[in-house]
Design a protein around this ligand. Structure first.
Ligand code: ATP
Ligand code: MG
Length: 512
């Protein structure tokens, strides 16, 4: 290990409690010059809380922070920023109706000598940072018009532009495409070589080999392990995180396929004139009862748009033919899709999935109101009885069902969303990136549940960018690339090599 003098930022004995929850019970962590420490742990372990304290979002109840060996305190985020601590938060923190450039330099805008914002300079500075991250968006574009992955890169651009000495990245890659992740890793390597100390939170272990020097593992608000990355095996890591032996990896049970539920023929969705002419182009597939159809593709391949089209979200522009249980049907609106027995758990949970100022119970039962109504009103008793099994099964970490969802950790919010959609009892369930931000053990629980739903006769369509997830879950895999369907594999034929080969654009396609 490096010498003590390499320690840039150190937290010692940090305690933090929220009403009903002890989030941190005396945690210490070090960020070293030119090194990256991965902070790992199950959902709700306290990782983001600790980072929020390092970044001045709120003070610790007890414990101290040290910068270059001197005790410091950060009464607010600007104080931490001024001291050279940069952070990319787990949840996006951008202002949707401001431009990319305005968001990157919010509060640090260059001014003209008349005291006005110097837009030419602002936009030029933003363009330089965007280039570093290979992000092809105009500095003047509005955040609201970007897709989630691009927004995540803008957040990263903002932190990188601060030239911080300590950079904290809390699940920075959750919405990034593989290529975007590679670019980010390049930037991380460059920052490390310039001596920046980094703390990196992730649930994707595969990323560690590319960026990680040291590992700190948390469980239930405490540090339970520290190691050089090179000295850890994956099994050891999972065991430390969970405090128990890791189970076998998940494999879907063989499907007992029933009748055809849904047939989609020649589904197309024209673009909005900016990018590709078609976001979805001539896609056809069938889905049977008891089947899980996995849709794999790189970010931007049109997978989300395909699900949205199925769910009636683009009814005015989409073309093609749907047949549900043998009858032609139009999904003219999401309401019509729901009435026909469809449910969609969307990708961007903050925007479409959760009502933040409501309780866990209310959020989880929002989509199954008919089952929790009593004489026309939501019965809290019914709500609780109905939703508790789901909350328990996914081990949602919350002091009670009355806790506001906004107070849950990111992964636990995601579990509540899934519970909410799984509880609707649809015929066809569409899941878009269902395990984003979910820890390794909870993932397996969710896979098992998807399997169970299929065995109960549901048809499921699962979109994921994680190939192992698609391969573990699906009876059939549909691969998309640049809006088109490039291959379809039965479970037995879906090897990683074949699926990946179909997901990448071929030379002729890109040259055209
Ligand atoms: N503002 C808050 N009010 C109440 N409880 C909170 C608040 N913020 C966090 N908590 C609780 O503190 C615990 C730790 O949460 P934290 O967000 O730090 O977990 P995490 O390790 O980042 O998890 P994830 O991997 O899901 O992001 C959780 O039980 C969470 O519900
Ligand atoms: Mg977190």
């Amino acid at each position: 290990m490096s010498a003590a003098t390499d320690i840039v930022l150190e937290a010692k004995g940090i305690m933090k409690s929220f009403p009903g929850v002890r989030a941190l019970g005396g945690v210490s962590i070090r960020a070293r010059r030119g090194r990256l420490v991965a902070l790992l742990g199950e959902n709700g372990a306290g990782k983001s809380t600790l980072m929020n304290i390092l970044a001045g979002v709120f003070p610790p109840d007890e414990g101290t922070l040290h910068l270059d060996g001197h005790a410091v305190s950060f009464p607010n985020p600007s104080a931490a920023q001024a001291a050279g601590i940069g952070i990319v938060f787990q949840e996006l923190n951008l202002i949707p109706h401001l431009s990319v450039a305005e968001n990157i330099f919010l509060g640090r805008e260059p001014h003209t000598r008349f005291g006005l914002i110097d837009y030419p300079r602002l936009n030029a500075a933003a363009a330089a940072v965007l280039k570093r991250l290979a992000l092809a968006v105009e500095p003047t574009a509005l955040i609201a018009d970007l897709r989630v992955g691009q927004q995540q890169l803008v957040e990263i651009a903002r932190a990188v532009s601060e030239e911080a000495r300590v950079l904290i990245l809390d699940e920075p890659t959750s919405s990034l495409s593989e290529h975007e992740v590679e670019v980010l890793f390049g930037v991380i390597a460059e920052l490390k070589s310039r001596g920046v100390a980094m703390i990196y939170i992730t649930h994707k272990f595969d990323e560690l080999a590319h960026v990680c020097d040291d590992v700190t593992i948390m469980r239930d608000g405490c540090v339970v392990g520290e190691s050089l990355y090179a000295d850890l095996t994956r099994d050891k890591l999972v065991q430390l995180m969970a405090g128990r032996e890791s189970k076998e990896t998940f494999q879907k049970s063989p499907a007992a396929l029933g009748d055809e539920l849904l047939r989609a023929e020649a589904i197309s969705l024209p673009g909005d004139g900016v990018g590709r002419p078609f976001l979805v182009e001539n896609v056809s597939f069938t889905l049977r009862r008891g089947e899980v159809l996995g849709v794999f593709g790189l970010v931007g391949a049109g997978r989300t748009e395909l699900l949205e089209t199925l769910f009636g979200l683009h009814a005015s522009r989409a073309t093609g033919q749907f047949t549900l249980e043998g009858k032609p049907i139009e999904f003219a609106s999401p309401a019509a899709a729901v009435a026909a027995g469809l449910a969609l758990a969307p990708e961007d949970r903050k925007r479409d999935g959760l009502v933040l100022p409501m309780s866990v119970a209310a959020n989880a039962s929002l989509a199954s109101l008919d089952r929790t109504l009593h004489a026309g009103f939501v019965s809290q008793a019914r709500e609780a009885a109905y939703i508790t099994p789901y909350i328990e099964r996914f081990r949602v970490k919350t002091p009670s069902l009355d806790q506001l969802i906004v107070n849950l950790s990111g992964g636990n919010q995601q579990k509540v969303i899934l519970a909410k959609w799984l509880a609707t009892g649809p015929k066809i369930l569409l899941l878009d990136e269902p395990t984003r931000g979910i820890d390794v053990n909870a993932k397996r629980e969710i896979y098992a549940f998807i399997d169970e739903l299929a065995r109960n006769g549901l048809g499921l369509i699962v979109v994921s960018s994680e190939l192992p997830e698609i391969l573990a879950l699906s009876d059939r895999v549909l691969v998309m690339c640049e809006g088109r369907q490039t291959a379809e594999f039965a479970r037995a034929d879906a090897t990683p090599e074949k699926v990946l080969a179909a997901a990448f654009p071929t030379k002729t396609a890109t040259a055209a």
